[in-house]
Each structure stands twice: as C-alpha cells, then as structure tokens.
Design a protein. Structure first.
Length: 210
C-alpha cells in the first residue's frame, strides 16, 4: 500500500500515464507502444484480490483492447478492440453489483443518459452508416448502449469514484467516436487517453481490497 492509502501500482500507473501523454504530444511512437497497455495492467494489479474479480478481468481485457487499437493496422483491429472494451464494460456492470444500492435517483440519471445516447446516435449516424462493415455498425450501437448502462449502474452504486470513472469513460469514448466517424482533430488522442486513464484509475481504485 502506498502513501495515503493509494496502491503503489496505481501510483506507478499515474506516472507512466503522464509519460504516455507527453509521448502523445511529442509523437514518441515507441514510447506509446511500450506504455499504453502497461498503464492499464498496473491499474489492474491491486484489483486482483478486490471485491469483484469481474473488474479485474475487465481491466485485463481493457489492456488487450489497448493493444489492438495501437497496432499499425488500426482499421482491421478496430472490431477486436471494440469487442475487448465491450466485454470489459459488461464485466464492470457485473462488478458494480458489489456496491449497488437502492435509491431514488434513477430518473435523475436515466433522463440525461437517454439524451446522451440520442445525441451520440444522431451525431455518429452518417459516419457509421458509411462504414461497409456491419459488425462495426452493430458494435458501435451496442457499445453506446453498454457505456450508458454502465454509467447508470455506477450512479446506482452512489460511489463517487465509480460515477466519476463512468462519466469520464463517456467523455473518452465520445471523443474517440467523434474522431473516427465524424471529424478528427489534432488534440483528440490526448483528450481520449487523458480521460480514459483517469476513468480506469477511478474504477480500479474503487475495487481495491479494503
């Protein structure tokens, strides 16, 4: 255990994530290849004996997705990467059961999430429709619904780290989808990875042994 109760692997992950983001800015390709999955694996380590094995496996699958999406042939690797993250989010959904609480916030959460799903679907429709691969089209729809459901369930746990982590995932994946299917900006990779690592850190920290 590290200082102030933060696990040492998580502290190492934060440092390496900072180096990774610097590599994005400076276009250090080899550094990015070395660090991208390594950060997620470090985040996973302390969760191995946590309250939910599902979250641990989900983080491992996220590291696998990281690997797929950083390979040179990104077009052919997009579906394997998408599937890895989709299963990871489904495992997170299962893992959140350990801290699920009953409460009266369901509509407060459901309405904005419904608006988010509708807005994303509308924004991405033309770009996704142009993709000839039906697997990609179906995968994107299922993924949007899954990330929204994960965020809803995180809110039902009333656990701040899970809520923040899920919302950051919404931001990260929205930037990623916009970058791929609508229009790409030079800052997209930095925004995607900064919010992605922060999201995974929050979820991992919420599932370390007490």
């Amino acid at each position: 255990m590290g200082i102030n109760g933060i696990q040492l692997p998580h502290r190492m992950a934060v440092v390496l994530a900072g180096i990774y983001l610097a590599a994005v800015v400076c276009n250090w390709t080899n550094v990015k290849y070395a660090l991208k999955p390594a950060v997620t694996l470090l985040l996973a380590l302390p969760t191995a004996r946590g309250p939910s094995r599902a979250v641990f496996v989900g983080l491992l699958l996220s590291a696998l997705g990281d690997t797929f999406l950083m390979l040179p042939d990104q077009e052919s690797m997009f579906v394997p990467g998408l599937l890895s993250f989709l299963v990871a989010h489904i495992l997170y959904l299962n893992g959140f059961n350990a801290t699920l609480r009953s409460g009266g916030v369901s509509w407060i959460v459901a309405v904005p999430l419904g608006a988010f799903v509708s807005a994303m679907a509308a924004a991405l429709y033309d770009g996704v429709a142009r993709v000839e691969d039906t697997g990609v089209q179906v995968g994107v729809v299922v993924y949007i619904l899954t990330i929204a459901l994960m965020t809803y369930k995180a809110a039902m746990t009333q656990t701040p780290l899970l809520v923040i982590g899920s919302l950051l995932f919404c931001v990260s994946d929205s930037i990623l989808a916009w970058d791929k299917f609508v229009v790409s900006y030079s800052w997209c990779e930095l925004g995607i990875m900064a919010t992605y690592y922060a999201a995974q850190l929050c979820i991992a920290m919420a599932h370390v042994p007490k």
